[in-house]
Design a protein around this ligand. Structure first.
Ligand SMILES: [Ca+2]
Ligand SMILES: [Ca+2]
Length: 289
């Protein structure tokens, strides 16, 4: 079945034609390729795809040296889907029982037509020379889903290096098979923003956001040019709050309890510190051939 472009896609095109396209995000100035030399692939001892299902905390981006890969755009989207529609992640992966896995990934072309591709990968995961996880980290060393999906993306796009920088809504679409809507913070009406974001959150749509590529954000504890997960949007006493998570599971403004990357901003603070937010539109995938 074929479908025309959704309203969201047309809106995005309109915004793009006004010079307002989502900018790719990656949160590290160092080049990626030089850090890749020591990585090798190893089987996972007593590994399972999921331990207690897919959860936000399962997703941790690696930092420093050969552990780092700038795929915050992908990992923030994985945490967003785990937060709202974990079954989508469980359904996206097939375990063949022979040490290989297939991940179904979707792509939407400029006309809005969705197509899918099944990407089969071996169950070995990348490790650094000193025996640590490279790229996505495992909070539970036996839980593989994040590493398998990251590996399938790498295979799909042409290597881990191609994941170094990207657009979070592309990852949402790839995993859910749904088109996405992106709203830009600059000049947005805060009332409209508040209602559309609250609506998306209460509809359990996976939501992501990109911080501005402004180094001064660091002083306030926020990683600049970085994909974040939006965990919640709610209103208290007339003020709209956005709860966010840094996929490193670490960086946040002070006064936000445990240093786990989860923090809360008012909508006004969010508008100043972030470039754009995206969420799925909920349209069912229209899979082309
Ligand atoms: Ca889990
Ligand atoms: Ca926190």
């Amino acid at each position: 079945m074929r479908a025309g472009p959704s309203n969201a896609v047309m809106q995005d095109r309109l915004k793009a034609s006004q010079g307002n396209a989502p900018q790719p995000v990656r949160a590290n100035p160092a080049p990626w390729a030089a850090q890749n030399r020591s990585v090798r692939f190893e089987p996972v001892s007593r590994g399972a795809l999921f331990q207690d299902g897919a959860a936000v905390e399962d997703v941790v981006q690696g930092q420093n040296g050969s552990r780092y890969l700038g795929d915050c755009w992908l990992l923030s989207a994985l945490a967003a889907i785990a937060n709202t529609q974990p079954k989508v992640l469980e359904d996206a992966i097939t375990d063949h029982g022979d040490g290989t896995y297939t991940v179904r990934l979707h792509k939407q072309d400029t006309r809005g037509l969705m197509s899918s591709e099944d990407v089969r990968v071996e169950g070995t995961l990348p490790r650094t020379a000193d025996g640590q996880d490279a790229y996505a980290q495992r909070s539970d060393p036996t839980e593989m889903w994040v590493g398998i999906i990251e590996k399938a993306f790498a295979s799909w796009k042409g290597g881990y290096g191609t994941l170094d920088g990207g657009i979070p809504s592309d990852a949402l679409t790839a995993l859910t098979g749904q088109s996405s809507e992106t709203v830009f913070m600059k000049g947005a009406d805060s009332g409209e923003l508040s209602s559309s974001m609250q609506e998306a959150a209460s509809a359990q749509r996976p939501m992501v956001a990109a911080s501005r590529a402004d180094l001064s954000l660091k002083k306030g504890g926020i990683v600049p040019g970085h994909g974040h997960t939006i965990l919640n949007v709610n209103e208290e006493g007339g003020t709209t709050y956005i709860t966010l998570r840094d996929p490193f599971a670490m960086y946040e403004p002070s006064g936000n309890d445990a240093q786990d990357g989860v923090f809360k901003l008012t909508l006004e603070e969010f508008q100043h510190r972030f470039q754009y937010a995206s969420w799925t539109t909920g349209d069912a995938a229209s899979t082309g051939r």
